[in-house]
Design a protein around this ligand. Structure first.
Ligand SMILES: [Zn+2]
Ligand SMILES: [Zn+2]
Length: 88
């Protein structure tokens, strides 16, 4: 018996490989499965970004800022701790 299957939109499936989607890309909003995204450390939480956006150069601002600011601050803090111990 002919059964007209309604075309199901892509909103539940990965737009790249049509596996069940895990969530939207943080950059372009396309629904992706876990295999088609990379998890990138942001300032607050990890963000899933699809490989297409990564290939186009998308980088979360948080990760770079955190490295640039966080590393020197940690180094200075470690130095101060060392000094505090040495001067005691
Ligand atoms: Zn996929
Ligand atoms: Zn994307």
């Amino acid at each position: 018996m002919p059964h007209a299957e309604p075309f199901s939109p892509d909103d539940l499936y990965c737009v790249y490989c049509h596996a069940p989607a895990a969530g939207p890309c943080a950059a372009c909003g396309a629904l992706c499965c876990g295999d088609c995204v990379e998890l990138i450390m942001g300032l607050i939480a990890r963000r899933a970004v699809c490989r297409t956006c990564l290939a186009q150069g998308y980088r979360p601002a948080g990760a770079r800022v955190l490295l640039r600011i966080g590393a020197p601050v940690l180094a200075v803090l470690a130095l101060l701790l060392l000094l505090a111990y040495a001067l005691r």
